[in-house]
Design a protein. Structure first.
Length: 344
């Protein structure tokens, strides 16, 4: 049987709750000519999924969307062989089809993975869209130079941990912002950042100011809200910002557009200090930068120069919980669900 989570209704706003999702099972689908049936191994939990659910892109009754690592279990003259491991977008279900006539999400083309290369889960993490997001924002848009001060918010998270380490490798002084104390310790110890402060502390603004005696040359924005307000006053003349995400505002209930609110709150400082703001959409970087990213970051990982932490949840049944945790800081590292056993 194919276990599945479907969207129960279009959420009216706020943050996800259990009742937004409906669990069910149905018979395995038969691959049509040109298709393969795949078993899901890993399912990625990403903030953008909440946007799709809230804005009606994902409709009630549909299988919840999600990027996956899967193994081909049967083929009807499909594009992959039985036994192949592939990156695809099965969504929140234990089996799915790939190949002719099966739509995938935008630029996320199914592709074969090498089980002898990096661990398979990295295809939805550090060596997937998440890593490319960090690479595009930090290396392509902001182009860090040795000696500059870089601030990364959500620094222990999936995108943040990679962005922060890339800036360290470029010779920058890197200051992380994270939540719980163990995340702050992780950023300092495991990631080797120069400083890290918690946005949960009452004197957060003051701590951040002290951690950046020379101001901020590059800000990698993942969060928005009060975290952005604290960084704003530290921006140097000609600072650069990658506007990667605004996760603290994805549960807004007032109908406002997080990007518009963010831009308006920073506008005056941006103008006076001639700050370059780079909005980021990872899909725009796939064609030109995917190969370069895979080669550079792949090497860093082989040489243990980039570390990555995953937050794994066992069993498809846990998907809604994992999703809710990821959106509220209950995760620790890149959030993924182990849907079936990875024997590689
Ligand atoms: N532009 C693109 O193409 C693109 C692509 C992928 C991801 N993104 C964005 O990148 C960001 C990170 O995504 P991810 O998948 O790597 O998730 P993640 O960082 O692994 O998890 C989200 C983290 O956000 C932090 N957070 C949540 N609510 C917060 C709040 N109210 N205040 C401060 N921090 C809060 C939490 O960290 P703490 O507990 O440390 O606060 C949480 O662990 C998101 O904004 C996402 O939308 C953008």
């Amino acid at each position: 049987m194919n276990k599945q989570w479907r969207l129960a209704h279009t959420p009216s706003g706020g943050w996800p709750v259990d009742l937004d999702f409906r669990f069910g099972q149905e018979a395995l689908p038969e691959p049509a000519p040109g298709q393969v049936l795949t078993r899901t191994l890993y399912l990625s939990m990403d903030p953008y999924q909440w946007g799709r659910r809230r804005n009606g892109t994902e409709l009630p009754g549909q299988i919840c969307h999600g990027r996956t690592v899967s193994q081909v279990v049967s083929s009807n003259r499909g594009p992959f062989e039985v036994g192949d491991y592939i990156f695809n977008t099965n969504g929140w279900q234990s089996y799915g089809l790939s190949g002719e006539g099966v739509s995938h999400f935008g630029y996320m083309h199914p592709r074969r993975l090498d089980p002898l290369g990096a661990p398979l889960s990295t295809a939805i993490g550090v060596l997937g869209m998440l890593g490319l997001t960090a690479y595009a924002g930090m290396m392509v848009q902001c182009q860090p130079r040795a000696g500059e001060t870089v601030i990364v918010s959500a620094a222990s998270g999936g995108v943040g941990q990679v962005a922060a380490q890339l800036a360290k490798l470029a010779g920058c002084r890197v200051v992380g912002i994270a939540g719980r104390p163990e995340k702050v310790d992780f950023c300092l110890g495991q990631l080797g950042l120069d400083a890290c402060v918690s946005h949960l502390d009452e004197d957060f603004h003051e701590q951040l100011r002290k951690a950046c005696p020379d101001g901020c040359d590059i800000y990698f924005e993942n969060v928005g809200g009060k975290v952005f307000a604290a960084v704003l006053g530290l921006l140097n003349q000609n600072a650069r910002i990658t506007l990667c995400g605004l996760i603290s505002q994805y549960g807004n209930t007032d109908g406002s557009n997080p990007h518009t609110v963010w831009q308006a709150s920073g506008q005056q400082v941006f103008a006076v200090r001639e700050v370059a703001v780079h909005p980021l959409f990872v899909g725009n970087f796939v064609d030109e930068y995917q190969e370069r990213f895979l080669s550079e970051v792949g090497e860093y990982i082989k040489d243990n120069k980039i570390f990555y932490r995953e937050d794994r949840w066992a069993g498809l049944e846990k998907a809604p919980q994992a999703f809710q945790a990821m959106l509220s800081g209950g995760n620790f590292g890149k959030t993924l669900v182990e849907v079936s056993e990875d024997t590689t």
